[in-house]
Write a protein that binds this ligand. Structure first.
Ligand code: HEC
Ligand code: HEC
Length: 430
């Protein structure tokens, strides 16, 4: 009997690592450090909706990458949520048509299917509802209205054929556009992070420092807000609530009186936007923001809704002071940082889709008046540039007209610089 149990245990250990994924829920895993949640990031099947066919996802992907539904034909969803990298724009705040800069940072779209609400202030419940906004937002894609965007799509026969294939007829409606985009976004999932492997039983998936950081993360209380498998504020141990409309937010700062926090509030402009109060008009919601996911957070700098926090260490310090009333020391910060990198998953291979292009005509309308107006508005941009920049150069370098001469001077400078470096090296070696 004892022997049988021993053999049984041994064989469990042996297969443990390989089959852990399937059995994780049933088995007691002997963790070196207890994880804040034992649920791995849910799989696509858990957020996939009925009707999310391959064709619909492909259409949604095209629309996601489609710049021609922006006023200038230059800005797509991918401009600000670049799925070739962290799913954001690496900028403090978003930059849309005509180079306009918005008031708030672009969050990542990776794993956004798992959020219970969308936007920093949670003003959209679902991905489809969210996607209506940017097309007509002045500082984003800047279309005058949705009709204009839909016209651009439906004037393109290639798109009409795709809509017919997916929806049964070729009508291009806002609901269909946002439905397709959302279907694509639901596929943007990054599974299999070292954290996920850890909670599935691969108990050596985290480094010593990551384990320390995971401990600190819980001791300090970060997990009271960044909870659930997306570390996005769904309450510890609660079931997963994708697109449920339940808002999980908190004021930032929570501990406004903390001295270190006050410094951060000034430095990072933390109390300049109304937060969720802008949606609810309720004073209790002032400075309240959705608890963002910490999945792949090492790749989504700069941080916080203001995008003013340029590195992850500072974001952790801000959180410690403003959300946990604790001044974290450097070691704690480094350990937590290491832990957070264990939340980086595997990004699926992405390829840019080919977009339907009408034969022999442009998908962008040609508005002659607008074109002329643009130029007139800018007071002849060419002349200005010549005045300000080229002329300065001409003053400094009268040889402007002889590019050959410039090149020769440049080359000579390069050669002598290289010579100098070589000489230094020789000297240093002696
Ligand atoms: C000019 C930049 C820009 C463009 C273009 C843009 N977005 Fe965004 N996106 C943002 C910003 C900024 C926010 C945050 C706004 C807020 O919370 O008030 C955001 C928020 C989101 C969110 C919510 C994520 C979260 O964690 O709450 C999703 C999803 C999203 N955008 C998808 C899209 C889609 C789909 C498109 C194209 C139809 C798009 N975006 C176009 C800048 C942009
Ligand atoms: C009381 C709730 C709460 C606690 C506790 C908390 N956070 Fe946050 N966290 C938030 C909210 C809300 C935001 C968004 C705030 C903003 O944008 O101004 C946020 C943002 C972040 C961000 C920036 C994410 C991004 O994409 O910009 C990081 C990183 C982070 N938290 C890590 C931590 C760490 C580490 C701890 C523990 C030291 C912690 N948080 C504790 C609520 C909390």
């Amino acid at each position: 009997m004892v022997l049988a149990l021993g053999v049984c245990l041994l064989s469990m250990l042996a297969v443990g690592a390989a089959s852990a994924q399937d059995d994780a829920e049933d088995e007691e895993i002997d963790y070196p450090v207890e994880p804040p949640t034992d649920q791995p990031l849910p799989e696509y099947e858990e957020v996939r909706q009925e009707g999310d066919t391959e064709e619909k996802v492909a259409l949604g992907e095209m629309l996601y990458f489609e710049p021609r539904i922006s006023e200038t034909g230059t800005v797509s969803c991918n401009t600000c949520h670049n799925v070739m990298e962290g799913g954001d724009d690496s900028r403090p705040t978003a930059s849309g048509v005509h180079g306009q800069v918005g008031p708030i940072a672009s969050p990542t779209v990776w794993n956004s299917a798992f959020h219970s609400t969308q936007f920093w202030d949670g003003r959209a419940d679902t991905l489809a509802e969210q996607a209506e906004g940017p097309i007509v937002a002045d500082v984003e894609m800047g279309m005058p209205d949705h009709e204009a965007a839909l016209d651009r799509v439906s004037n393109n026969e290639g798109y009409r054929e795709l809509f017919e294939e997916v929806y049964g007829d070729d009508e291009v409606t806002l609901d269909r556009v946002t439905d397709a985009i959302a279907a694509y976004e639901r596929t943007l999932i990054t599974p299999n992070s070292s954290y996920d492997r850890y909670v599935q039983g691969e108990t050596d998936a985290l480094t010593e420092q990551q384990l320390d950081g995971m401990e600190t993360f819980q001791e300090v209380g970060c997990d009271t807000c960044h909870a659930g498998p997306a570390f996005s504020g769904q309450g510890p141990g609660t079931a997963f609530e994708a697109e449920s409309g339940d808002f999980y937010g908190h004021p930032n700062p929570t501990y406004e009186d903390n001295e270190q926090c006050q410094e951060y509030v000034d430095r990072f402009g933390l109390m300049e936007n109304p937060g969720r109060m802008g949606v609810t008009d309720d004073e209790a919601d002032e400075f309240v923001y959705k608890v963002p996911t910490l999945r792949n957070v090492e790749h989504t700098a700069p941080y916080l809704h203001t995008g003013q926090v340029t590195n992850l260490e500072d974001a952790i310090r801000v959180m410690g002071a403003c959300q946990n009333d604790e001044e974290l020391d450097d070691e704690q910060v480094e350990d937590i940082r290491a832990f957070l990198t264990s939340l980086t998953g595997e990004y699926p291979e992405m390829t840019m889709p080919r977009l339907p292009t009408p034969s022999g005509e442009s998908m962008m309308p040609f508005d002659e008046d607008a074109q002329l107006e643009d130029v007139a508005d800018e007071d002849d941009p060419f002349e200005e540039e010549v005045d300000d920049e080229v002329n300065d150069e001409v003053d400094d370098e009268p040889e402007e007209g002889l590019p050959g001469f410039g090149a020769i001077v440049g080359l000579a400078a390069l050669i002598s610089a290289a010579g100098l470096v070589a000489l230094r090296r020789i000297r240093a070696e002696e």
